[in-house]
Structures are given as C-alpha cells and as structure tokens.
Design a protein around this ligand. Sequence first.
Ligand code: NAG
Ligand code: NAG
Ligand code: NAG
Ligand code: NAG
Ligand code: NAG
Ligand code: NAG
Ligand code: NAG
Ligand code: NAG
Length: 267
Amino acid sequence: MELALVILVFYTLCFAITPTLASSMSKPGCPEMCGNVTIPYPFGIGSKCSANSSFTVICKNSTRNSSRTVPYLSSINLEVVDVYIYGVVIVNLPVSPINCSEGRQTRESLPISLPGSPFTLSAYYNIFVVLGCKTAVWFHSNGTRVGGCLAMCDDANATDVASCNGINCCQTSIPRRVQEFEFTYQSIQASNSSFCGYVFPVDKKWLQNEDYKRYKGLVDDLSNPFDHEFGFVPLIQSSGCDPIEDVDSEGFSSISEIIECPSSDES
Ligand SMILES: *[C@@H]1O[C@H](CO)[C@@H](O)[C@H](O)[C@H]1NC(C)=O
Ligand SMILES: *[C@@H]1O[C@H](CO)[C@@H](O)[C@H](O)[C@H]1NC(C)=O
Ligand SMILES: *[C@@H]1O[C@H](CO)[C@@H](O)[C@H](O)[C@H]1NC(C)=O
Ligand SMILES: *[C@@H]1O[C@H](CO)[C@@H](O)[C@H](O)[C@H]1NC(C)=O
Ligand SMILES: *[C@@H]1O[C@H](CO)[C@@H](O)[C@H](O)[C@H]1NC(C)=O
Ligand SMILES: *[C@@H]1O[C@H](CO)[C@@H](O)[C@H](O)[C@H]1NC(C)=O
Ligand SMILES: *[C@@H]1O[C@H](CO)[C@@H](O)[C@H](O)[C@H]1NC(C)=O
Ligand SMILES: *[C@@H]1O[C@H](CO)[C@@H](O)[C@H](O)[C@H]1NC(C)=O
C-alpha cells in the first residue's frame, strides 16, 4: 500500500505559451506522460523538454514499487503526483514520526528544500497538521516563529481527525510564500511510548477527505498514531500564484480573481 502525503507545490506560469503549444501541453516532440501523470510545459521530461532545470522531470522506477514508473522533480528531489497547467504541482512529501520520549525540545527541518527554486509551499492549498497529542509544536521559517499549535489528548477517543480541532490533532495555517520550514516540538505529557505523532504540511483535501483513514495505525489510537506504511503526504507547491482569499467586513471570505505573483509582492 502506498502512503501519500500531499504536498502542494505552486509555481508561477509566467511563460509565454506560444500557439504551437496549444495542441499539446508538452513542448513539441517531447513525451507528454510519465507513468500516469501528464507533464505540461514549462515542466518536461529531460532537460531539453523543460523550460529550465527547475522544471526538469526525471521518469524512473518508483522506489516503493519498482514495476511503476513515476515522475520526479529533480530540482527538489520529490516525486510528482500531479501537475496542473494553471500552476500547481502536487508532490509526495516524506513523513516520519516524532519522538517524544523525553521532555526536551527537539528541532527538525521539513524534508524539503525550496530556496533557489521557483517553488513555494502553497499557503492556499496546504495546512500544517500535528497528528497525535501530548505535543506542543512551533513552526519557524527563515529564522522567525510563524505559528504553532498544541494537540491535547483525549483518551476517550471522542474526536475524529478530520475536524482536527486541538484534541488528538491540531492544525495551523502556512504563511504566504515560504520556501523553508523548521519546527520545534516538546511533549507536554509523560508517556512511555517514544513516538507521539506526526508533524507535516499537507494538501487540505487530504484531511477533509479523510485520506488518513487508509492507514489503520493512524485511526486505531488517535492519542498515539503510528503506521509503518504512512510514509508520504501530498503537498502542493506553486511558484507564487496562489489565489488571494478576501475577507469582507462581516468576516466572510471569498476567493477573488486576483492572482498573487512574486513580481507584485513588495512586502
Ligand atoms: C496514478 O496512479 C496512482 C496509483 O494508481 C494513483 O495513486 C495516482 O493518483 C494516479 N495519478 C494520476 C495523475 O492519475
Ligand atoms: C525498472 O523496472 C523494470 C521492470 O521491473 C526493470 O526492467 C528496469 O530495469 C528498471 N529500471 C531501472 C532503471 O531500475
Ligand atoms: C505496482 O505497480 C503495478 C503497476 O502499476 C501494479 O499492478 C501493482 O499492483 C503494484 N504493486 C503494489 C505492491 O502496489
Ligand atoms: C527516542 O529518543 C530517545 C532519547 O533520545 C531514544 O532513546 C529512543 O531510542 C528514540 N526512539 C526512537 C523510536 O527513535
Ligand atoms: C526557471 O524559470 C523560473 C521562472 O522564470 C525561474 O524562477 C527559475 O529561477 C529558473 N530556474 C533556473 C534554474 O534558472
Ligand atoms: C529571510 O531572511 C533574510 C535575512 O534576514 C532576508 O534577507 C530574506 O529576505 C528573508 N526571506 C524571506 C522569504 O522572508
Ligand atoms: C470510541 O470510538 C469507538 C469507535 O469509533 C466508538 O464506538 C466509541 O463510542 C468511542 N468512545 C467514545 C467515548 O466516544
Ligand atoms: C510507564 O510504564 C511503567 C512500567 O510499565 C508504568 O508503571 C507507568 O505507569 C507507565 N507510565 C505512563 C505515563 O504510562
């Protein structure tokens, strides 16, 4: 069974798409598919077929199932799950359980490195999640604290992960346009188990669709989820054109047509 963690990668589509490209989404003469994934320009299989090395895809045997061919985005070394022509890439982000056997603070980096690439973690499509409990987590980006959340335990299991409301699961938003992340965690409750959950950014739909239920170990014991097959989540990356969420005077939010692109962001 495959464990998918959804990483959303967003990139700017600031390329002139010439009319000759209209009939095929890939560069003329280039393969369009790798495995079951369509690879539209500016992405391309091999360096001659991509706009530049940031978008070069390598098609190789999956490390998890050698009889499947899967695309890897070589510039950031992550498996591509899907590419949308309007500027979103979904990649598989590796996840591993955190170790809370001691009360000390532990600092870790996400297993993803985007600085120097045109990609950012999409703040619109992704959310930070702490699965499990007994844990306080702080998120850092570029040396600054950018958020945190506290997951408390409810041993009476009176919660589901999908609502992720602070009991056995907590969530917090991702700042806009970040390329690197670290987190610090500290257990807030004595425990005999060294694993106490998972910390990761993920495609919001992964939580809403209850995709975690594919991993029995994650739902068997919400206070201490662990599943050895849970190895990846889908994450969405972009190169900057996230939809902007407007909040009106009454607090209702809506998506405006405006696309936030790097060149228009002076902050
Ligand atoms: C490709 O196939 C895999 C495994 O069957 C599936 O999980 C994935 O969603 C498919 N991707 C696309 C873009 O259809
Ligand atoms: C990929 O898998 C196929 C079939 O299992 C095998 O024949 C081929 O040698 C593999 N390629 C690489 C580069 O490992
Ligand atoms: C590996 O991939 C092949 C081809 O997509 C599929 O038939 C097979 O079921 C997969 N095996 C596992 C263990 O997922
Ligand atoms: C967790 O950390 C403790 C203390 O560093 C260590 O003894 C233990 O082996 C670790 N557990 C796992 C599963 O890595
Ligand atoms: C590839 O093009 C994108 C978009 O123009 C740019 O942001 C990125 O830096 C380029 N990558 C390289 C390796 O030149
Ligand atoms: C990160 O910090 C450095 C130095 O403080 C600053 O120059 C840079 O603009 C920051 N980058 C982002 C994306 O905030
Ligand atoms: C715990 O979960 C089980 C299975 O979902 C359910 O039957 C039971 O009622 C739950 N217990 C509490 C106290 O909510
Ligand atoms: C840890 O294990 C010991 C021995 O099995 C037990 O006495 C103790 O109550 C456990 N502590 C917790 C917090 O579960």
